[in-house]
Design a protein around this ligand. Structure first.
Ligand SMILES: [Zn+2]
Length: 479
């Protein structure tokens, strides 16, 4: 059952955001306004936002105050980009070691604890605030309107839900009032896929949001039996959380018959860029300043390098010049869509596999991130499914790690995957890169019994946000 889109758009959605203290609608309006503003004025606005972020960090946060002094950073200088470039790139290890000195405890609405550990398998704990949540949600509202999807329209999320709260009643009610349904990406055997497809049709979703690999699995299952005529209400499918391949996009488009676009984000930073109807990825520049560096130096558009992000506007724990761990290039030139926000191209990416279980279940690999990322002291992880009931779990840890966590992790694997499962957890010095050169935090040697064998380990998607509770807003946070 769903409420009318009018009701959700005008009453339940704005009411929900108001109750959560998030100016989501205002954020979306501001982005829409800036998108129609002449480029020179937009540049002024972005520079002002960066200057304000630098000033705040220098005044309120001891880590940056000291750094600014040492490096001679003047937040009020005419060229805030030049001042930003005086700062070193911020690594995850520095955030782990000195994160407390970057936190603003008096942030309006309070600190919201958050952790990443999505597709790279390296975990980080940090804080976000209501503004950051509103930016992710309002940013999506803004970009999805490019495809005719309005706030309150029916949305289906093919996502991993936090295991513990998966079936909480209150959440189901909230979803109903907001016109959202959750299709569990941790349950992807053929009977569940069939049920997911039936739900999408019955619900008449306007938009589906999900992991590329999971969406491709659904499409492969439906191909030849279901076609675009079965999904007349669909206006867009948004893929995120892993590398998106051209094959996946073609397959999903063939079955569902609507635009299939990529969202790029990260839990630490939020929504970073989104594909427009012309196939270009626009950086949501009023929310995040993106640099591309190679060997520590900024490179011109077209040259590939490390993606470095400076979130603007949020104040809970500003990560200035933060290394996301992805590689890409800025793209020169304007987009025919007319949106004056710069363009980004991603190269390479992270890949997630599926886990196959003896009871026939097929789980998206992000499920392991849910088990591991909240354990203190785990810095990096990788799960290798060696046989149907045998898992090898490699952990890189720091000084906060407690030995009993090994037992706890094994227990959680058994609880989730079955009592017969053996999970060998080991602490290692480092996790070697995959032979393919891809970054994979879940690898399975087991082929599913579903005819979907080719999908296992299929390159899928970028990082983003596997955020279960709120996709990016929790990462992949949506809500
Ligand atoms: Zn465009």
């Amino acid at each position: 059952m769903s409420v009318s889109e009018w009701f959700a758009r005008n009453l339940s959605y704005p009411g929900h955001e108001w109750l959560r203290g998030r100016p989501t609608g205002l954020v979306a309006q501001t982005l829409a306004q800036l998108a129609r503003t002449p480029r020179a004025l937009v540049q002024d606005d972005l520079a002002r936002r960066l200057r304000a972020t630098l000033s705040f960090a220098g005044e309120k946060l001891p880590y940056y105050a000291e750094l600014f002094r040492r490096r001679g950073v003047d937040p009020q200088a005419r060229d805030p980009y030049g001042e930003l470039a005086r700062l070193p790139v911020l690594e995850k290890s520095t955030v782990r070691a000195r994160g407390a000195e970057m936190v603003f405890r008096d942030v309006p609405g309070g600190l919201i604890r958050h952790s990443s550990g999505g597709t790279t398998g390296d975990t980080l704990h940090f804080y976000i605030d209501r503004i950051r949540q509103a930016q992710d949600l309002g940013g999506r509202m803004f970009v999805q309107q490019w495809f005719g999807v309005q706030p309150g329209d029916r949305r289906a999320y093919l996502w991993g839900s936090p295991i513990e709260v998966k079936r909480a009643r209150i959440k189901r009610w909230r979803d109903r009032l907001l016109n959202e349904i959750l299709l569990d990406a941790f349950e992807l055997a053929p009977p569940q896929i069939e049920a997911h497809l039936a739900k999408i049709r019955r619900f008449q979703a306007r938009l589906i949001y999900g992991y590329p690999s999971a969406m491709a699995l659904l499409s492969q299952h439906a191909r030849g039996r279901l076609g675009p005529d079965e999904f007349p209400a669909l206006r867009a499918i948004v893929l995120t959380g892993e590398e998106v391949t051209a094959d996946q996009v073609a397959l999903v488009r063939e079955v569902f018959g609507c635009p299939v676009v990529e969202e790029y984000g990260a839990r630490e930073v939020g929504l970073i860029a989104h594909e427009c109807p012309y196939g270009n990825r626009h950086i949501i520049a009023p929310h995040v300043h993106v640099e591309v560096l190679s060997q520590g130096r900024s490179v011109p558009p077209g040259d590939v390098g490390d993606i470095i992000c400076t979130p603007l506007n949020t104040r809970a724990q500003p990560l200035l010049r933060y290394r996301i761990g992805d590689v890409g290039a800025l793209v020169a030139g304007d987009c025919p869509c007319g949106v004056p926000f710069p363009l980004l191209r991603l190269t390479g990416g992270k890949v997630t596999g599926f886990i196959v279980l003896s009871d026939g279940r097929l789980c998206h690999g992000a499920v392991t991130s849910h088990i591991l990322r909240d354990q203190p002291g785990i810095v990096e992880f990788k799960t290798h499914q060696r046989a149907i009931d045998v898992f090898e779990v490699l952990l890189v840890v720091d000084e906060r790690f407690r030995p009993e966590t090994l037992r706890l992790v094994s227990q959680r694997y058994r609880r989730l995957f079955g009592a017969q499962v053996r999970a060998d957890c080991r602490v290692v010095d480092r996790i070697p890169p995959d032979v393919s050169g891809k970054r994979r935090y879940v690898v399975s040697d087991v082929a599913p019994q579903t005819g979907a064998g080719a999908i296992v380990d299929r390159p899928s998607a970028p990082e983003g946000s596997p955020l279960p509770i709120e996709p990016h807003g929790e990462p992949a946070g949506h809500r």
